[in-house]
Design a protein around this ligand. Structure first.
Ligand SMILES: C[S@@+](CC[C@H](N)C(=O)[O-])C[C@H]1O[C@@H](n2cnc3c(N)ncnc32)[C@H](O)[C@@H]1O
Length: 292
């Protein structure tokens, strides 16, 4: 399977692909995300807006699976849910133009839950169906796959051949949160400043990892910047601390060998990691292809 990763960020899709698959190109406009990507993967990367790629270049990748993780702001409350009227949604037209020109075997898209019911979803799915694709789509959260952290996302998989809708059995019990966290003494830099703890006392989601059902909220790129609705915090015997970027990567399902390069500030690391994918969920979505 030759995979093209559009809006690749730090490589959530590449991390989910089986070793026998080959990622042949990865594209993102964010140079820093691409640097993290290159630190972990050796295949070709391009720093560019997806809308600036020529069809000749895209065709030259000879990708079987095209994976798209476009920006989610047009479909979030924080981003004002302007849907196709949001200038950031203009990439959808560019993406569809490339798909129509090349008709790859499989086309996958990941976005936030708010994508469901949007004009962009109608345009995306309607266009793919009109070009002969079979489409399967659903909301999937890693909590359905034993992960003790929420990240519900809408996944759309389109195939030139019919996709047989997979069934997820009953969700197995969650793995203990503590398994994903670092142990030991934490340096003070990871403590949440007392001023923030007091000011947002009722709004911070502080989780005791020793509780058997402990579960974290979805981490966003605003973690460490916006104290509320951007992720959870850990209760320790000494106070409250932030969740480190490496711990979030673990919760997302990135392999142990995955590393953030030195030189990133923790705010930059949180922003990149918070933008990424649940590798665990993407692995599940990729199994849909074996049911084609
Ligand atoms: C939701 S994130 C996807 C992250 C990625 N899947 C990962 O695993 O890190 C969206 C990504 O799209 C990139 N992006 C936004 N607009 C873009 C554009 N017009 N062309 C290319 N990349 C873009 C952002 O830099 C960001 O990395």
């Amino acid at each position: 399977m030759r995979v093209v990763e559009f809006f690749c960020g730090i490589g959530g899709c590449a991390a989910a692909c089986p070793d026998t698959w080959q990622v042949v190109a990865a594209i993102d406009v964010n140079r820093q995300a691409i640097e993290v990507y290159r630190h972990n993967f050796s295949h070709g990367t391009i720093v560019s807006g997806v809308e600036h790629l020529t069809t000749d270049l895209v065709r030259s990748f000879r990708g079987d699976l095209w994976w798209f993780s476009p920006p989610c702001q047009p479909f979030t409350v924080r981003g004002n849910r302007q849907d196709l009227s949001d200038p950031r949604a203009a990439v959808f037209t560019a993406m569809l133009r490339q798909v129509q020109a090349c008709l790859p075997e499989y086309v996958a898209l990941e976005n936030v839950g708010g994508f469901q019911g949007s004009q962009a979803q109608s345009l995306w799915v309607g266009s793919l169906r009109s070009w002969g694709y079979s489409v399967h789509e659903r909301l999937l959260c890693p909590t359905e796959l034993s992960v003790p952290a929420r990240r519900p996302r809408w996944y759309v998989m389109a195939s030139r051949r019919r996709i047989v809708a997979p069934e997820l059995g009953d969700a197995p019990p969650h793995r203990p949160l503590i398994d994903f966290l670092d142990s030991g003494d934490f340096q003070r830099e990871w403590e949440v400043p007392m001023e923030i703890q007091q000011r947002y006392a009722k709004a911070l989601d502080v989780v005791d990892p020793l509780q058997p059902k402990a579960m974290m909220r979805c981490f966003t790129s605003a973690y460490g910047k916006s104290p509320v609705r951007s992720g959870s915090y850990v209760a320790t015997p000494f106070g409250v601390r932030y969740v480190m970027p490496e711990e979030i990567l673990r919760l997302m399902g990135f392999p142990m060998r995955y590393q953030l390069p030195n030189g990133l500030t923790r705010r930059q690391a949180w922003a990149l990691v918070g933008n990424s994918l649940s590798v665990t969920a993407v692995r599940q979505v990729l199994t849909w292809l074996t049911r084609v």
